[in-house]
Design a protein around this ligand. Sequence first.
Ligand SMILES: NC(=O)C1=CN([C@@H]2O[C@H](COP(=O)(O)OP(=O)(O)OC[C@H]3O[C@@H](n4cnc5c(N)ncnc54)[C@H](OP(=O)(O)O)[C@@H]3O)[C@@H](O)[C@H]2O)C=CC1
Ligand SMILES: CC(=O)N[C@@H](CCC(=O)OP(=O)(O)O)C(=O)O
Length: 342
Amino acid sequence: MVVRAAVAGASGYAGGELLRLLLGHAGVEVGTLTGHSSAGRRLGELQPQLAPLADRVLAETTAGALAGHDVVFLALPHGQSAAVAEQLGPDVLVIDLGADFRLADPADWERFYGSPHAGTWPYGLPELPGARAALEGVKRIAVPGCYPTAVSLALFPAYDAGITEPEAVIVAASGTSGAGKAPKAHLLGSEVMGSMTPYGVGGGHRHTPEMIQNLSAAAGERVSVSFTPTLAPMPRGILATCSAKARAGVTAEAVRAVYEKAYADEPYLRLLPEGQWPATGAVTGSNAVQVQVALDAETGRVIVISAIDNLTKGTAGGAVQSMNIALGLDETTGLSTIGVAP
Ligand SMILES: NC(=O)C1=CN([C@@H]2O[C@H](COP(=O)(O)OP(=O)(O)OC[C@H]3O[C@@H](n4cnc5c(N)ncnc54)[C@H](OP(=O)(O)O)[C@@H]3O)[C@@H](O)[C@H]2O)C=CC1
Ligand SMILES: CC(=O)N[C@@H](CCC(=O)OP(=O)(O)O)C(=O)O
């Protein structure tokens, strides 16, 4: 079976990574590509790494241009997906890489995104408890945010197993591609190179409610989250340092056993051997997630560190993995666990 897939937002970072993966996917034929300010331009000018598609010309992002495909990926800014998606009809598989359909609570959406809530779609993080089965055969998928991917995959085993209290503290560093390709002063090379800085400090980051949603579902009770993102001088990657208070009596051996069991059959989640620590460079360009755990004897906190590529497992790889499940394909088709290093 070969499905025909359109990509809206093909000129952006998420759209570009998605096309890189789709070009290596045996079950996908790349159809229409769309852009916004770059409509009418050749893809080769904008995404020179995608050589086989260099002569494709970007169409305007309209429902008409995206019609006639089996799968439509939307890699658009927040708030742009709903209007397009509602015109695409119920039979096409629509996969939104943006935030519009990730949150279940309209109040959370309105507070963090400041616009009316468009709705909630099945959530494209198959490794979460029950999520894989919930993606089979669906026609709409909301791909998680990059930080919630790194954090939820790091912490769900601890909450699912009940070994941690319902609070988590997270500090995560992201590469600059997480902020998209559109020019912004704080992303200039002279601002970013050789410097790191936090942002969204004190509960203000829009990924906080998404993390709370995922971790609370795993815990069966509300988990409070303190999240501090930082911008790191690298193009790709997220390193998330997560901690939560261990429940009484939990030992370091018990923590490790929980993670060994939770990740045992997962194709992309890798608990590293003891003494080895996750590195963003090791997962660059791959769908892999590296994780290490420790129990801090001084504070009684379980510490879990994860590394992902924000554009691959954190966006486009997660989208392809979820598409594979929805279409009944082998979940790993077109996705690699092999990073590009150094
Ligand atoms: N970058 C990342 O690591 C991650 C991104 N995502 C999500 O993916 C989506 C795209 O992000 P990213 O690729 O980084 O962003 P970019 O800024 O790199 O790309 C945005 C894309 O959307 C198009 N676009 C811009 N404005 C409009 C508009 N008003 N209507 C229609 N299309 C528009 C742009 O077209 P043009 O260039 O032609 O103007 C471009 O193709 C976002 O929702 C983001 O949240 C999710 C997880 C991680
Ligand atoms: C470095 C950086 O700016 N990162 C982005 C997150 C990108 C992402 O995954 O999130 P969305 O899909 O929700 O946009 C941010 O902090 O807003």
